[in-house]
Design a protein around this ligand. Structure first.
Ligand code: AMP
Length: 117
């Protein structure tokens, strides 16, 4: 069983932010921003590439609820999913990183097309 399935099964503790029958949002253990929340489906899906349109539709509403609940819906946020090896995915249970709570950095320059972020 993967680590996030163990969190869903309450075998590993988590700091829950928001939850419903299908999805769970909890604080990332190693936050990279003042707000860093992971949002997962309770049903195991390896990665975004395996996600259904139906699940993503419901997940969109859930993520918007989480952003409003933690008060970053108006100030803004970044939503990221790392998909597969080149995407840097470490936990192979679909999850979205919701980052915010302060100005996030982003390289807006167009000088070097070979930057990989
Ligand atoms: P990724 O690299 O996209 O697969 O991200 C995995 C994320 O899971 C990382 O940001 C980790 O800090 C986070 N993480 C791993 N284990 C836990 C845990 N038990 N509770 C909360 N966050 C975790």
């Amino acid at each position: 069983m993967c680590i996030f399935c163990k969190i869903v099964n309450k075998e590993i503790p988590n700091n829950t932010v928001h939850e419903n029958e299908y999805f769970l949002a909890f604080h990332d253990l190693y936050p990279k921003a003042p707000v860093h929340i992971l949002i997962i489906p309770k049903q195991h899906v390896d990665c975004f590439q395996e996600a259904s349109a139906e699940m993503m539709g419901e997940l969109t509403i859930f993520i918007q609820e989480v952003a409003a609940k933690v008060g970053i819906d108006k100030t803004g946020y970044r939503l990221i999913t790392n998909n597969g090896q080149d995407g840097g995915q470490e936990v192979f249970h679909l999850h979205f990183h919701l980052l915010g709570g302060g100005q996030l950095t982003w390289d807006h320059s167009h000088e070097d097309a070979h930057n990989f972020i």
